[in-house]
Design a protein around this ligand. Sequence first.
Ligand SMILES: Nc1ncnc2c1ncn2[C@@H]1O[C@H](COP(=O)(O)OP(=O)(O)O)[C@@H](O)[C@H]1O
Ligand SMILES: [Mg+2]
Length: 293
Amino acid sequence: MNSKTADHEVSFPDVSSLETDARDENKEKLFSEEKLSYSETSDTESFKCELPHSGQSGSNGRGKSQPGPPVIEVINVKKSYTLGDMEVPILSDVNLTVYAGEFLAIMGPSGSGKSTLMNLIGFLDRPTEGKILIKGRDIIKLSDKEVARLRGLEIGFIFQTFNLIPRLTALENVELPTYANSREGVDTRKRAKELLDMVGLADRMHHKPGELSGGQSQRVAIARALINDPAILLADEPTGNLDSKTGCEILGMFARLNKDGRTIIMITHDPEIAKYADRVVLVKDGIIQSNTE
Ligand SMILES: Nc1ncnc2c1ncn2[C@@H]1O[C@H](COP(=O)(O)OP(=O)(O)O)[C@@H](O)[C@H]1O
Ligand SMILES: [Mg+2]
């Protein structure tokens, strides 16, 4: 993979000021079984997953400082797909502000438009109408190349099915996003190793996804999402393919990343999962139905 584009070769002057709020490097291990308390009732699927808390009081019992300024603003957004001659509306008039340092859950039943909304927030797709701002910048005014660079540096994606490349090792998978975009002066190989160590996979670095469990694969995906030190983590049903105990581990990692200042937007259909966020936004039939603090 020698086709890596160095930071300075991509002309994108606007992004430099977005890189000024680098979060503290978290050298602490994100994965630690003893930090997680987990219990399961035998008769139901429900589980109790106790996430680490700081000892202060907070709406979710974990305690944290107040969220900062808006990082994402979705303003009067509509999204429809054209199927043949028909325009099929998916999202209608969505307004949502996500603040720096928030742990937000976007919850709704299957088919309600959650992934469509996540794709818009992550600039993987563009709205049919309306505006999306990241840190006050209107992405609709940027070129595809500029949007790709902004996305590559400022947003880390985590998917239900992990989306790892099977023929690459864990280490290569973590490094992969840096071949398209990377921050100047970062030793990406070193950072990828540190991140794998942080998620408890130092000894699995050279394993391929087929040799890893679901939980380990999702931990690799979290390390990959963090490789360019993004301000925002976008996770679409991140525990959907995991058993309850492993899902609890992943939620614990999100809680710690959020406590360290990273903004987390987690999509889920499951109210039991959504309750670990600070704020839950309900999406139904393409409309945001409630916005609970
Ligand atoms: N590319 C597409 N073209 C047409 N319809 C789509 C497309 N992507 C999603 N949809 C439709 O949009 C609706 C919402 O999908 P999605 O956002 O994936 O829902 P969720 O993630 O909440 O399950 C569904 O009815 C789905 O079939
Ligand atoms: Mg979905």
